[in-house]
Design a protein around this ligand. Structure first.
Ligand code: OAD
Length: 235
C-alpha cells in the first residue's frame, strides 16, 4: 500500500494531555463534571438561570490553572512545533494555557480560553486572570457584561474554518488525551481519514473513536507523546 510521506500534521489535544499537570479531566472518576451537572455550569441556559454558580465555577478553574505547570507532553509538542519543518497545527479542546507556556505557537483553542474574558456588550476579548463573580467592568467599554471566553454546550466551537482547512491538507492526524465523546472534535479523525491522512491515537486507554485510527498507542501522555515526538524527529 502506498503511504504518503508526512509533511503536514494536525494534532488534536484534550484534557488527558494536561492530566499529569494536575488538571482534572472531564469524564474520569472524580473529574470536572462529576461534582456538577454539565447543564448546570456549561450551557448558556445555566448562565442565564444561575450566573453566580457558573461564574464561581469558572473563577475556580481559572485560578487553579494558574498554579499548574506544563508537563513533558506539552514540552514535547512544543519541541515538535519548533523543529518540524512542515505544516503543523495543534488544535486543542483545552481551555488552559499550558501548550503556550511550554512554548507552542502553532496552536488554536477551539473551546476558548480560561484566561480571556468576553464582553457580551461590545464583543471584545480581554486577557483575564482575576475573578468575574463581582461583575467587573469590561476594560474596553465599561459595561459589566463579561463572561468566561469558554465555549459552552450548544455553542459553536471557534475557528472551525481554519481547522477544516488544516484537516484537508494534513498527511497525519494525531489525537492526544481525548475521550472522543464531544463533537465536532470527535469527528476530526474520520474527516482526516476520508481525505487520505494517516491517523494516530495517543491516549491512556482506547477512546470512543479508537477503531477509526490506523494506529493507537496507550499510556500516560508524558510517556507516549515524548516517545512519539522523539521518533518522528529522528526518522
Ligand atoms: P475527557 O475527560 O472526556 O477525556 C480525557 C481523556 O484523556 C480520556 O480518554 C482519558 O483516558 C485520557 N487521559 C487521562 N489521563 C491521561 C494521561 N495521563 N495521558 C493520556 N491520556 C489521558 O476530556 P476531553 O476529551 O478533552 O468541552 O473532553 C472534550 C470536551 O468535553 C472538553 O473540551 C470540554 C468537555 O465537555 C467543553 O467544555 C466545550
Amino acid at each position: 500500500m502506498y503511504v504518503k510521506p508526512i509533511r503536514n500534521i494536525v494534532i488534536l489535544t484534550g484534557a488527558g494531555v494536561s492530566a499529569e499537570s494536575g488538571i482534572d479531566t472531564f469524564r474520569s472518576e472524580g473529574g470536572l463534571w462529576e461534582q456538577h451537572r454539565v447543564e448546570d455550569v456549561a450551557t448558556p441556559e445555566a448562565f442565564a438561570r444561575d450566573p453566580d454558580l457558573v461564574l464561581r465555577f469558572y473563577d475556580m478553574r481559572r485560578e487553579a490553572i494558574q498554579t499548574k505547570q506544563p508537563n513533558a507532553a506539552h514540552e514535547a509538542l512544543a519541541r515538535l512545533d519548533r523543529e518540524w519543518p512542515g505544516g503543523l497545527l495543534i488544535v486543542t479542546q483545552n481551555v488552559d494555557d499550558l501548550h503556550e507556556r511550554a512554548g507552542s505557537s502553532r496552536i488554536l483553542h477551539m473551546h476558548g480560553e480560561h484566561l480571556l474574558a468576553w464582553c457580551t456588550a461590545c464583543d471584545m476579548r480581554s486577557p483575564w486572570t482575576a475573578t468575574l463573580i463581582e461583575r467587573p467592568p469590561c476594560p474596553a467599554c465599561g459595561e459589566s457584561a463579561l463572561r468566561p471566553d469558554v465555549v459552552w454546550f450548544g455553542e459553536m466551537p471557534y475557528r472551525m474554518d481554519e481547522i477544516t482547512a488544516a484537516l484537508r491538507g494534513c498527511d497525519l492526524f494525531v489525537s492526544i488525551g481525548t475521550s472522543g465523546a464531544v463533537y465536532p472534535a470527535a469527528g476530526f479523525v474520520r474527516q482526516a481519514r476520508d481525505l487520505g491522512a494517516r491517523t494516530l491515537e495517543l491516549n491512556l486507554e482506547p477512546s470512543k473513536g479508537s477503531a477509526w485510527f490506523n494506529e493507537s498507542r496507550f499510556g500516560p501522555a508524558t510517556k507516549v507523546v515524548t516517545g512519539w515526538v522523539e521518533e518522528l524527529l529522528n526518522r
